[in-house]
Design a protein around this ligand. Structure first.
Ligand code: FAD
Length: 522
């Protein structure tokens, strides 16, 4: 007999079957020795009340053998002689497009401007030693895209839970830990992501697909408003029956190429701000309402804040508990920060983006001459200002959070996880007023909700500018093809149709399905 049981437990009770098995037996009114297996189906933490509780949803087997733990197996067919579809970019959008194309019987040719994970790791190591950024191999470009060296949070606002479950299953099949199938807020961690991504690449290649690194697409081959293929930077031409454009939000040259070719791109709302970092212990104390912190049974605490200040959203973004701030720029004269965490989320720091919504009409007048690319140029300018204020290298301009909120220069800075280092800078003044004033208002509001959040040991760093793209590549909602160019499928975050790993992956799967519909003449 199998029974579904829901239990609300203390963190210690929920930490091990040896603690909760007697409670399950009591609730089911059976003897513990009759229980043959307990499988956790879902797990979530409820930290709203002073006593933090853990909600467990369990499958309990009584007097009957339990099946093996669930593992969805994907069998990818041989597509080596099938029609070829070009996928530009090996981020979550591109990789999930490629795997879904294989399921549907098409051969993906994935073109990635950056390097394979193992070679990319070397460039990331150099970057953290304050070497100049390699514009083709960094935290945004290379195998796995922007999602590889990240926290690997897997959230989505997609209302289709089936789509999300499939993404989790694909990641699990390729080596992600069992917990991602159970936790209400799953995450993989930057130590595990490279192995998962490499395994996805192997699935593509073993099925007859191709993944080509150091292959930057610089142009599209178009005839009679239909895409026929692509041109690489080394002038090589590659042809395909369709082209999926999954180049992410940092490929500014791609937007510029499209714009120059009069292929429509449009301005959209995005967000920019700072990254804030606290001692993790402080966030644990605040979020778990306990001066002792998280104790032995709870994970590093996270937070999510959002409010409106002067008619614009101010919100936390990509919070990384137990993580590190990383240099996420892709070119010279740019200062960009982001965050990542290992699977155990065990660094002593908690960081998060804190950003302000920016609408096209908020962009200063001097950028208007760039038309639909004005947001891109404004984004570049803020990154350049932060680069100069950091001292023209990878050192980040920074301020104590308390000083930022009070518009004061910091005389010294707290410890930070950001390896290239930080230098005191008046960020409240360096950032455009529309951003810094709203951030100050937002921080004050968050400090009211989370007492202790505005702490002198917290640091803010500039700039968190790559939250999403200021530009969208418009596509037809049904065919998913570019409104002007048949066979061109804008995909993922760079196209403006996703934000984050999971939603980019879902969008990749949908683009592959749309490609199949087009080829099938539907
Ligand atoms: P990308 O991942 O940006 O991939 C695009 C790929 O295209 C890149 O590999 C790039 O090299 C390649 N490319 C670009 N131009 C060309 C060209 N011309 N020719 C060939 N290839 C090209 N999201 C989450 O959901 N959870 C997180 O925890 C999280 N943490 C993050 C941490 C960091 C440090 C960063 C930078 C981002 C993080 N994100 C996180 C965001 C997430 O990584 C992105 O939303 C996601 O990767 C977008 O997927 P994508 O495939 O659309 O684009």
């Amino acid at each position: 007999m199998k029974k579904d049981i829901a239990l609300r437990l203390t963190p210690q009770e929920a930490s091990d079957e040896k603690f909760y098995k007697p409670l399950v037996a009591k609730k089911m009114k059976v003897s513990p020795d009759k229980i043959t297996a307990i499988r956790v189906r879902k797990r979530s933490i409820d930290a709203r009340q002073r006593q933090v509780m853990v909600q467990l949803y369990l499958d309990v087997y009584v007097n009957s053998p339990a099946p093996d733990p669930e593992k969805t197996v994907f069998e990818y067919q041989d597509v080596s002689s099938k029609p070829e579809v070009i996928v530009i970019g090996a981020g979550p959008g591109g990789l999930f497009t490629a795997l879904r194309l294989i399921e549907l019987g098409y051969k993906p040719i994935v073109l990635e401007r950056g390097k394979s994970i193992s070679d990319r790791k070397k460039d990331i190591a150099l970057l953290n030693r304050n070497h100049p950024v390699n514009p083709e191999s960094n935290y945004a470009f290379g195998e796995g895209g922007a999602g590889t060296f990240s926290d690997g949070k897997l959230y989505t606002r997609s209302t289709k839970r089936g789509d999300f479950k499939k993404i989790l299953n694909v990641l699990h099949f390729h080596g992600a830990q069992d917990d991602i199938l159970i936790d209400s807020h799953p995450h993989i961690g930057t130590d595990k992501l490279p192995g998962v991504i490499k395994s996805m690449r192997e699935s593509i290649i073993n099925s007859g697909g191709e993944v080509l690194f150091n292959s930057c697409v610089s142009d599209l081959l178009i005839e009679d408003a239909q895409v026929k293929g692509v041109v690489l930077k080394d002038c090589a031409k590659i042809y395909g029956v369709a082209v999926v454009l999954a180049t992410g939000h940092s490929a500014r040259d791609v937007y510029e190429m499209l714009h120059q070719k009069s292929i429509e791109v449009e301005a959209k709302t995005w967000a920019m701000g700072v990254r804030v970092e606290h001692p993790q212990e402080l966030i644990d104390q605040i979020q778990y309402h306990n001066p002792e912190g998280r104790g032995p049974y709870l994970p590093a605490a996270s937070y999510s804040f959002s409010c409106q200040i002067e008619d614009r959203g101010v919100y936390s973004f990509c919070m990384c508990p137990g993580g590190f701030i990383v240099p996420a720029m892709t070119g010279e004269n740019e200062m960009v920060v982001n965050g990542m965490s290992p699977s155990k989320r065990n660094s002593p720091f908690a960081n998060s983006g804190m950003v302000v919504e920016i609408r096209p009409e908020d962009i200063p007048a001097e950028f208007k001459k760039y038309g639909v690319l004005a947001g891109l140029e404004y984004q570049k300018e803020v990154e350049r200002l932060c680069f100069i204020n950091g001292g023209n290298n990878l050192v980040a301009p920074a301020q104590r959070l308390t000083d930022f909120v009070d518009s004061k220069l910091s005389f010294d800075l707290p410890e930070t996880s950001y390896v290239p280092g930080a230098i005191a800078s008046p960020l409240h003044f360096v950032l455009p007023e529309g951003i810094s004033k709203r951030l100050q208002g937002g921080f004050k509001q968050f400090g009211k909700w989370a007492k202790g959040f505005i702490d002198p040991e917290a640091i803010v760093m500039g700039t968190e500018s790559r939250t999403s793209s200021p530009v969208r590549i418009p596509r037809d909602p049904v065919s998913m093809q570019h409104k002007q160019i048949k066979g061109l499928f804008p995909c993922g975050e760079g196209a403006g149709y996703a934000g984050g790993i999971a939603s980019s992956a879902i969008d990749g799967e949908r683009c592959a399905e749309a490609v199949a519909r087009m080829i099938g003449g539907q």
